[in-house]
Design a protein around this ligand. Structure first.
Ligand SMILES: *[C@@H]1O[C@H](CO)[C@@H](O)[C@H](O)[C@H]1NC(C)=O
Length: 287
């Protein structure tokens, strides 16, 4: 995936794909991929829950594939003692040179903080972890976790507050996801070999089943199908404003918010991990 960045390329997509703004219905938009009846769609498609017990976790994925989008989901994470559990929520294409944009929520003992883990893979290469604590208890209420993915940048947000940006730095030789359509995936599974305090705290199966809940899925996105389809900008009179996310970038307020989050809540940043990169940091860290 070494396609050159160009305005022409962007325009091609804008005019040939159909931007779909979908106020989500889980029945319509998602399919349960594993865990049998541990994954449930309820309330006419307005609500989804995943659960994990000793025998299995569970997961779902979007029926659609997307090439760029602004995707929001509200999640309420496993309450109480969630140590050892991981709830994932991410975009991914397929294959060994896949692209991926990750949120992962690492559970903890009651009262101890979850870790929000993020990563970006381009052409199969990840190793771009940033981790955060949250400024609220993510198990008490639903909160909105968003991924804005457009040709210029990827912005991770929590309740509308941007926490991380991965810019398109192809001009500096850094890969950027823009040629492979991605699905939305989510899962709840046991990762007690590494998730909580690096694997020190194990899953307490006496607390099972563990449950995470989802609602208010919303995708403003370009849907990609085998017939090549179509963000046709003239399908709807509101489409040019509906597509403003395709050009959205952080304003000064957004940049100030990212700095606030990074200063107060970031607990790991690969871009400052000198032990890990003794030969020098990846190019995107220096930009
Ligand atoms: C769990 O709590 C411990 C102790 O406060 C903390 O060091 C750790 O970062 C927390 N989160 C995870 C996922 O381990």
């Amino acid at each position: 995936m070494k396609m050159k960045s160009s305005i022409g390329f962007l325009l091609l997509y804008v005019t040939t794909l159909l931007v779909i703004a979908s106020a989500g219905n889980f029945y319509q938009d998602m399919e349960i991929t594993w865990g049998d009846n541990r994954a449930k769609i309820l309330e006419n498609g307005q609500f989804l829950s995943l659960s994990l017990d000793k025998a299995s976790g569970s997961g779902f994925r979007s029926k659609n594939e997307y090439l760029f989008g602004k995707i929001d989901m509200q999640l309420k994470l496993v309450p109480g003692n969630s140590a050892g559990t991981v709830t994932t929520y991410y975009l991914s294409s397929q294959g060994s040179t896949h692209d991926e944009i990750d949120f992962e929520f690492l559970g903890n003992l009651s009262g101890d903080p979850y870790i929000l883990h993020t990563n970006v893979f381009t052409q199969g290469k990840g190793n771009r972890e940033q981790q955060f604590y949250l400024w609220f208890d993510p198990t008490k209420d639903f909160h909105t976790y968003s991924i804005l993915w457009n040709p210029q940048s990827i912005i991770f947000s929590v309740d509308g507050t941007p926490i991380r940006e991965f810019k398109n730095l192809e001009s500096k030789g850094v890969g950027y996801p823009k040629n492979q359509a991605m699905r939305i995936y989510s899962s709840l599974w046991n990762a007690d070999d590494w998730a909580t305090r690096g694997g020190l705290v194990k899953t307490d199966w006496a607390q099972a089943p563990f449950t995470a809940s989802y609602r208010n899925f919303n995708a403003q996105a370009c849907v990609w199908t085998s017939s090549g389809s179509s963000c046709s900008s003239n399908k709807s009179p509101t489409s040019s404003s509906a597509q403003s996310w395709l050009r959205e970038s952080l304003d000064s307020n957004g940049i100030a918010k990212i700095h606030w989050v990074q200063k107060n809540y970031m607990i790991y940043n690969y871009c400052t991990d000198t032990k890990r990169f003794p030969q020098g940091f990846p190019s995107e860290c220096l930009a």
